[in-house]
Design a protein around this ligand. Structure first.
Ligand code: ADP
Length: 243
């Protein structure tokens, strides 16, 4: 389970990286689509015209590659579905079990037993898992990890709290900056992708931390609107909530 975990985490980081790279690359190559043609038009030197054509062709190919990489990464984002928070919590606990040291006490508590969410199940699972694994890593001497779900008005609030080392002000300020990490083997992409997932569903992620006492992450997501039921009593897709 741990290897599978590392793999999905790495994939998530990679696709984030690929999206950023291909987006920038596409913009950087933009002048290559225009300038060589201009040079060729304004020059009488056949050798220069030929070189300009070669550069233009490279530019077109590079631009095309960046374009298809970008649409691949964006298209690979999975579709949204409706699911129970209880199932999500259960899956997170199963995946977490293998990475849970003996001296870390894990508690899973769902205060709204029937709570549901709308979004990509796997992505949200990955997000909660990231938060839980960060929490475990923040408790080298053991402690308590809580995964709590509750309803607050029109929002489902998912909390991951630990009794670990906490964070100083400087770390708190840079937490969601890509590649910011205080770990020798960290990627600094876990929280960035978490926030991307949560905000993509119209939610927010907030953090409260006290050095030496612990850290709490709150993920707030909108309660799904009531689905229309058809004559078979089956819930149909909720319009306007897809990606
Ligand atoms: P990574 O885990 O690869 O470092 P993240 O984006 O998940 O990347 O986290 C960035 C940084 O935020 C971590 O390196 C760590 O310093 C800090 N951090 C995240 N979660 C916690 C936590 N629960 N307790 C203390 N520090 C944390």
């Amino acid at each position: 389970a741990e290897r599978e975990l590392m793999r999905t985490q790495r994939l998530e980081s990679l696709s984030l990286l690929a999206a950023g790279l291909s987006h920038d690359l596409r913009n950087i190559l933009q002048p290559l689509l225009i300038v060589p043609d201009l040079i060729a038009q304004r020059s009488d030197d056949p050798r220069l015209k030929q070189l300009a054509a070669v550069v233009a062709e490279c530019g077109r190919r590079g631009h095309e590659m960046a374009e298809s990489m970008l649409s691949f990464v964006r298209g690979s984002r999975r579709a949204a579905e409706r699911f129970r928070v209880a199932d999500l919590f259960h899956a997170v606990e199963l995946l977490l079990k293998g990475s849970l040291p003996r001296n870390v006490q894990f508690e899973r508590r769902l205060e709204a037993a029937d709570a549901e969410l709308h979004g990509n199940y796997t992505e949200l699972q990955q997000c909660l898992l990231n938060l839980c694994l960060n929490a475990v890593q923040a408790m080298p001497d053991g402690g308590r990890l809580e995964l709590v779900g509750r309803l607050e008005g029109e929002q489902v609030v998912l909390t991951v709290a630990d009794s670990g080392v906490g964070m100083d002000q400087r770390t708190l300020e840079q937490l969601f900056t890509p590649f910011f990490t205080t770990k020798s083997d960290g990627t600094g992409l876990g929280l960035v992708s978490c926030r991307r997932i949560v905000e993509g569903l119209g939610g927010q992620i907030s953090v409260h931390s006290v050095p030496g006492e612990g850290t709490r992450f709150d993920v707030r997501l909108p309660v799904p609107s009531e689905p229309a039921e058809d004559e078979f009593g089956m819930a149909s897709a909720v319009p306007g909530q897809g990606e």
